[in-house]
Write a protein of this length. Structure first.
Length: 233
C-alpha cells in the first residue's frame, strides 16, 4: 500500500495544483463569460442570504486557519504556544466556524436540491460541488473528534510537515501521512480533488474576491411605477 500512499500524498498534490493553476488561467483566457457564480438569488431569495453568509464566513475562516496552521513552521510558534495547545485552539476555532459553515452549506444544498426553480437551473456540476464540499466539511468536523484522542499535537505536526514539504517541493512528504488516521487521509485527498475540479466549476469565482467585488459599482434598483400625467389638474 506504500505506492498508493506515495501517489496520493507525493504525486497527486502536484497534479491537482497544476490543473488548478493552469486550468483556471485557460478558462479565464478562453471562456471569460463563464467566470461567475451563477447565482440563483433572483430565482428564489428564501434562506439564500442566511445560508450564503454562514457558509462564506465559515469557509473563509476555515481556509485561513488551514493556511496559517499548516504552513507555519513549528519553530516559529513554539516559543509562544505548545503543539498541544495549538491543536486545542485549532479544534475549538475550527469547530465553531465548521458548525457555522455546516449550517450554511446545509441550507444551500437543500435549497439547490428541493427548490423547484433553483433545481431546474442547476447543472450536475453545481450539485456535485456542493456535495463534495459537504463531504469535505463532514470529514473535517469528524477529524476534530479523532484529534481529541491524542492531544499532544504530534499528528498536527506531521500534517504540517507534509504540507510544508509539498509547498517547498521536497521529497519525503508522503512519509508523514503513512501512519495517519484514515479520516485525515480522506480529508486531504478530497481537498486536493476540489483543487483538481476547481477550474471546471463555479468555484472559479473565488479568484474574483476581493478585487473584482471591491471594484464593482453599486447597483441601483428603482421600483417600477405607473407614469404620472402632470397635465391633469
Amino acid at each position: 500500500m506504500n505506492y498508493l500512499n506515495t501517489f496520493f500524498f507525493q504525486i497527486y498534490p502536484y497534479i491537482a495544483l497544476a490543473v488548478f493553476a493552469i486550468g483556471s488561467w485557460v478558462r479565464f483566457d478562453y471562456d471569460p463569460y463563464t467566470w461567475r457564480t451563477g447565482s440563483s438569488q433572483l430565482l428564489s431569495g428564501r434562506w439564500m442570504r442566511l445560508g450564503s453568509n454562514l457558509f462564506h464566513i465559515g469557509v473563509l475562516a476555515i481556509l485561513a486557519g488551514h493556511f496559517v496552521g499548516l504552513l507555519t513552521p513549528h519553530a516559529l510558534y513554539e516559543p509562544f504556544i505548545s503543539a498541544g495547545n495549538k491543536q486545542l485552539l485549532a479544534m475549538v476555532v475550527g469547530g465553531i466556524f465548521g458548525v457555522m459553515c455546516f449550517i450554511g452549506l446545509t441550507i444551500l444544498l437543500l435549497r439547490r436540491l428541493f427548490n423547484p426553480r433553483v433545481r431546474a437551473t442547476s447543472s450536475f456540476r453545481d450539485i456535485l460541488v456542493l456535495v463534495l464540499l459537504y463531504a469535505q466539511l463532514l470529514l473535517g468536523l469528524g477529524s476534530i473528534f479523532v484529534s481529541s484522542g491524542h492531544m499532544d499535537g504530534g499528528q498536527m505536526i506531521k500534517l504540517s510537515e507534509w504540507a510544508q514539504h509539498i509547498a517547498t517541493f521536497r521529497l519525503g512528504a508522503a512519509g508523514f501521512m503513512l501512519d495517519a488516521h484514515w479520516i485525515f487521509k480522506a480529508h486531504v485527498t478530497l481537498g486536493l480533488t476540489l483543487f483538481l475540479i476547481f477550474p471546471f466549476t463555479r468555484l472559479v469565482h473565488i479568484w474574483s474576491i476581493p478585487l473584482g467585488y471591491l471594484r464593482r459599482p453599486y447597483q441601483v434598483v428603482r421600483k417600477r411605477q405607473a407614469p404620472v400625467d402632470y397635465a391633469k389638474p
